[in-house]
Design a protein around this ligand. Structure first.
Ligand SMILES: Cc1cc2nc3c(=O)[nH]c(=O)nc-3n(C[C@H](O)[C@H](O)[C@H](O)COP(=O)(O)OP(=O)(O)OC[C@H]3O[C@@H](n4cnc5c(N)ncnc54)[C@H](O)[C@@H]3O)c2cc1C
Length: 512
């Protein structure tokens, strides 16, 4: 019987794992988190997936309770600026495309839409809320999307019947701190100490860890949440790390915490601005913005990246300290070896574009609960967990490479090189197909990776990789319903913009 789990690392990964295991297993499993006071956590101002909602609801945490403690804001989608052409932008919202007579509204848009207008603003309601900087909730707390109010209860990623319409921006460092308090109050043992040695038995499995102040600590299962260093999974278990640098060259970031000039002017979306040698994020937190430049040091030096970032997001604010971060982009071939599972940056990271880091953590934890071991340590279960994680990470890799391949930029060496770089998996075939038709469930990356068909099509259409012709069938079909649906999208959007408070006003009301 597995009775004890030791988690090394107290960042978002460590505390999300600890609190979820407690919520799932209660006191039947002992959970300990060992966290160094010397090594700081990543907390640059993170954006999330709308599915993160399942995590907090599973823990029984009400949004109004935790969000204000984590400087949180809302994310209705991502606004991509300068990726298709200088000065142009489009949104990738959390909203599935409506379907009329078996064809998505994007298909109908290709045949009957106003091609002088961006497709995203004709096909989605959420884009109007982004433009008008609206909150997704009324001041009484009710949600704009009917049928989704309240909590999702103890549900998991596997149970997403409907698309939850928003995600969050927050400071991951503060989320870890909040979850630590929550976890300790529910019985998680918290050890603030440095792990100096990881001991292995004759099979090579971890027998115990040795900490600086408190000596040995044993457990049945060890979870490596030590971040990019991979203290247990790489340095001890020798997991092979597979770099994605050949297809995703960004290997560094520089981050700033920037006060917002106008405190009340708060975007309910992440901005991803295509820059000279990468892209710049703007993540609006309550009280400030998180900004950063994700770049490849093959194309720009850290000093020049910092200069470009400051000029773009904080001109005249040279007093703000910059945080330079090296990123390890890729995944372990196996992130679970023997009795050691790596979750978080120690397991995999595919760069910050599309905000997948915390999603991978959530997915890894849920799958760990699903494949939780017993005394037989069934190899097939471990293999299955490794396969699921590898599939998800590789799917995100393909999806992110699509962003760089389909972008209409060729004005700097960085963007020129992106056009000729090799492509992973079957992406080349998918992009070829996208030039003649929109993709569907059969033609996007086939395994679960968090992104659905609408996301693949939204990115291709937004970036300018548009099918040469609409579906021929639509020429022979009565468009009345589809045209009515376009009008309905606009009517819904207008009504919501009129009724919803601004993003700032709503958040101010729960921050009181
Ligand atoms: C530039 C950048 C931008 C990002 N943006 C996003 C985003 O927008 N959205 C998103 O979802 N994700 C994002 N991420 C990823 C996200 O921040 C991380 O996935 C998340 O914070 C989890 O990090 P972690 O807990 O794995 O590692 P860390 O935060 O690095 O935590 C590591 C922990 O291990 C502890 N530790 C290390 N060594 C020892 C030791 N010897 N003994 C004891 N403890 C030890 C440290 O003290 C710390 O507590 C981003 C990451 C980076 C680098």
């Amino acid at each position: 019987m597995i009775r004890s789990v030791a988690i090394v690392g107290g960042g978002t990964a460590g505390w999300m794992t600890a609190t979820y295991l407690k919520a799932a297993f209660g006191d039947r499993i002992d959970v300990t988190v060992v966290e160094s006071a010397q090594v700081s956590r990543i907390g640059v101002g993170e954006a999330t997936f709308s599915t993160v909602r399942h995590f907090f609801d599973y823990l029984g945490l009400d949004e109004a309770e935790w969000l204000p403690k984590c400087a949180g804001g809302y994310k209705l989608g991502i606004r991509f600026e300068n990726w298709s052409a200088p000065g142009e932008y489009f949104y990738h919202p959390f909203e599935r495309l409506r379907v009329v007579d078996g064809f998505s509204l994007a298909d109908w848009w290709l045949e009957h839409g106003d091609r002088s207008q961006p497709f995203d603003r004709q096909c989605f309601v959420t884009t109007a809320l982004c433009e008008a900087k609206r909150a997704p909730r009324m001041l009484d707390g009710s949600l704009f999307a009917a049928g989704l109010d309240g909590s999702l209860g103890r549900s998991t990623l596997a149970e997403q019947r409907a698309q939850f319409p928003y995600a969050y921006h927050f400071d991951a460092d503060r989320v870890a701190g909040f979850l630590a308090e929550y976890g300790v109050a529910r019985g998680v043992r918290h050890v603030v100490d440095d792990v100096e040695h990881v001991a292995q038995d004759e099979r090579g499995w971890i027998s115990h860890i040795v900490t600086k102040e408190r000596g040995e600590l044993t457990a049945d299962l060890f979870v490596d949440c030590t971040g990019f260093r991979g203290l247990l999974i790489n340095q001890t278990m020798g997991a092979e790390f597979m770099s994605f640098q050949d297809v995703l060259p960004n290997n560094r970031a520089v981050a700033l915490r920037v006060p917002r000039d106008e405190a009340t002017d708060m975007n309910p979306y992440t901005t991803a601005y295509a820059a000279g040698a990468g892209w710049i994020w703007t993540i609006p937190l309550f009280g400030r913005n998180g900004n950063g430049y994700v770049y490849s040091d093959q194309f720009i030096s850290p000093e020049d990246a910092e200069r470009e970032l400051r000029a773009h997001v904080a001109p005249g604010r040279d007093d703000l300290p910059a945080n330079h971060i090296r990123m390890r982009i890729g995944r372990n071939r196996d992130a679970w070896i023997g009795n050691c599972v790596a979750i978080g940056l120690s397991g995999a990271f595919v760069e910050p574009l599309e905000s997948t880091g915390i999603f991978f953590i959530q997915y890894a934890i849920e799958q760990l609960v699903k494949y939780f071991p017993d005394e037989r340590w069934d190899e097939t279960q471990r293999r299955e967990w490794n396969t699921r994680m590898a599939n998800a990470v590789d799917g995100v890799k393909e999806f992110l490479v699509l962003h760089y391949k389909s972008a209409r930029r060729e004005d700097t060496p960085y963007w020129k090189e992106a056009k000729v770089r090799q492509m992973p998996g079957s992406l080349a075939a998918r992009l070829d197909l996208a030039r003649s038709q929109l993709l569907d469930e059969e033609t996007i990356y086939p395994n679960y990776h968090g992104f659905e068909t609408y996301s693949w099509n939204t990115m291709n259409l937004g970036l300018g990789n548009v099918p040469a012709h609409p579906r021929p069938a639509l020429r022979h079909m009565d468009p009345t319903q589809a045209l009515a649906e376009f009008a309905q999208v606009k009517a819904d959007a207008d009504a919501m913009v009129a009724a919803l408070p601004s993003c700032y006003d709503y958040l101010a009301s729960i921050n009181d």
